[in-house]
Ligand binder design. Sequence first.
Ligand SMILES: Nc1ncnc2c1ncn2[C@@H]1O[C@H](COP(=O)(O)OP(=O)(O)O)[C@@H](O)[C@H]1O
Ligand SMILES: [Mg+2]
Length: 362
Amino acid sequence: MRVAILYGGKSGEHEVSLRSAASVIRHLDKKHHVQLIGITKAGAWHLQPDNVLATCLEGEEALELRSNAPSVLVVPGTGLRVYGARGSADLPVDVVFPVLHGTFGEDGTIQGLLECANLAYVGADVLGSAVAMDKEIAKALWHDAGLPVVPSITARQADLEHIDKLASRIEEQYGWPAFVKPARCGSSVGAYKVETRSDLRTALAKALAFDTKVLIEPFIVAREIECSVLGNGCPRAFPPGELIPSHEFYDYEAKYIDPDGARIVIPAPIHEDTASRIKEIALTAYATASLSGMARVDFFIDKKDGTIYLNEANTIPGFTSISMYPMMCESGGLSYSALLDELLDLAVEQKNSRASLKYDHV
Ligand SMILES: Nc1ncnc2c1ncn2[C@@H]1O[C@H](COP(=O)(O)OP(=O)(O)O)[C@@H](O)[C@H]1O
Ligand SMILES: [Mg+2]
């Protein structure tokens, strides 16, 4: 297949994307023809020269992104087109693989753009991506489906004016410590533990710098269990893994800066029945949020009483060779390369099933 890898991007997870994309390229079966499209932090798309790919295949570093390369435009109804010094040309591709994390990559925006250009793409569609990105909406759907989610209160800028009222609501419902996080971010950006009532305003104001909507949850002292799900109509769940952060919670430092920030144990050392229950919840969460392609569904197990909570779904999870998603698939018998092949096939299947629908009735 002719595969266009989209990487970089406008989100705060730009650098993580460079590492995920490098790993995807190294594991992709060499039978595929790869085109690298780097997206700058400003959002411009550039077709990378062949030596960027070659250098990446030889080394172990993150993928390079050159912004002095020809521009790529998404043309509605047509596909991709390259504009260089010597004019323009179509860029034929069979599948686009957005290896982009967070806002403008994982939230449905890029997916909508690719839909308009009739392109097949890896991962969840517009709706699934947008639902999974919005923790408030995803939790509401999951709660309705009878799944165990952590209770939360949604707060906005206006709540800063009535902080005592908000604090009293938190105390009525669960008390301190609480956990504050933006509804639509990732990488633990803007997430804070709030020890007492007097710390609420500062934490809320800081979280509101990252999103207009913030969730306030009880702080759960928990084990963090994750589960890879793969597929379209009949998805399957892989054996869950455990992430053991060395910090008080799995914050940004633990994720990306501290080399000893977390330990990974796959499969998770949990009872067989718990693992089955987690896989079952992950599959229901996947279907309820209208997901397709893939997702890493994340859980908490309360250390006090063993309660299982569904936390969130990530539709473009980390893809480095030490990332949980490909490692959990691997432990379930699916190699990284076979996983990538399956994702490409699922993307084509999704596109074909959409293309077979009638869009007019005359
Ligand atoms: N209610 C909570 N109680 C305790 N820790 C939490 C809670 N919610 C999130 N966390 C911690 O913060 C991390 C990031 O939160 P999460 O909801 O996964 O958002 P994201 O990963 O999208 O930034 C989690 O992995 C966990 O360590
Ligand atoms: Mg998370």
